[in-house]
Each structure stands twice: as C-alpha cells, then as structure tokens.
Write a protein that binds this ligand. Structure first.
Ligand SMILES: [Mg+2]
Length: 153
C-alpha cells in the first residue's frame, strides 16, 4: 500500500509486524475484532508477521489461528534484526513494550497501543502514533485517509 502524504512524500508499506502480549492479546486472550481486520489488511497486499518473545507459550497457536507467520524474538535486538531482513522502511510495526523499542526505531511507521497491559514509556517515545487500542491501530491501516491525516505535517 502506498500513501501519498502531502508535504512529506510517499510512504510505501509492504509488511505489518505485530507484537503479541499487550498488543493483539490482553492477558493471553486474542482481542475480538483483530482477526477480521487482519483479513482486510491482507487484502490490501500487506504481509503480516507476529514477532514475539512468547512469554505465555501461546504465540504459535495464535499465529496459526490468524493465518500469519510467527518469528520468535527473545529480545528487542532480535525483533530489530528480523525486521532488517524485511525492508524495514516499508514495515509498519504495532507494539506496546520495551521489547518493541529497537524495532520501532528501524521501521517506516511505528504505532504504539495503550491497552490494559500498559504501554512502556520508552515505547511511547519511539512511536510515530499512539492509539488507544489495537483495533484503532488496524483501522488506521484500513482507512488510509485517517492515517494520512495523522501523519501529514
Ligand atoms: Mg507486548
């Protein structure tokens, strides 16, 4: 997907990188509404990955349920290294924790979510956009004009 941002040029997004705990799940439960939105985002041509430290041991099941690929990342440096192989300037990442900070610093667009498991202060500072929920984050990717409106200078 290619966004024309007035006054700031083009932003091409090819890959969506999701964090697991506190981002697409809260207390281990997949947030309702994520699955259908990921379907819409896939239809726009984005490839979707789950990058997770898998704190709860549930990552593989959730990735399978969502039909997305999982990459196990044990720390923030792992997340950053994996993203480096995915044209990071064309990646959008969504996360909430300290582990997401090195990834947020590499990708073309970083979106932080503030949900029940919290948003780490350093993650907030590394983000381009902060939204109240994963559903809002995914809706920004689905409704491109709202994303452009937030990003334009
Ligand atoms: Mg997290």
């Amino acid at each position: 997907m290619k966004l024309q941002i007035p006054g700031d040029g083009e932003l091409e997004l090819k890959t969506l990188i999701l964090d697991l705990n506190g981002t697409i799940t809260v207390r281990g439960k997949l947030i309702e509404g994520v699955q259908e939105r990921l379907g819409l985002i896939k239809d726009k041509g984005l490839e979707i990955f789950l990058f997770s430290g898998d704190t709860r041991g549930t990552a593989a099941n959730i990735a399978q349920q969502l039909g997305i690929e999982i990459k196990i990342a044990l720390n923030g440096e792992d997340k950053q290294k994996i993203a480096e192989g995915l044209e990071p300037a064309t990646c959008v990442a969504i996360g909430n924790g300290l582990i997401d900070v090195p990834l947020f610093q590499k990708v073309g667009l970083a979106i932080a979510v503030l949900q029940a498991e919290g948003l780490h202060r350093e993650c907030l500072e590394a983000a381009d956009i902060i939204v109240p929920s994963i559903l809002d984050a995914l809706d920004l990717l689905i409704d491109e004009p709202s994303l452009i409106a937030t990003l334009r200078p």
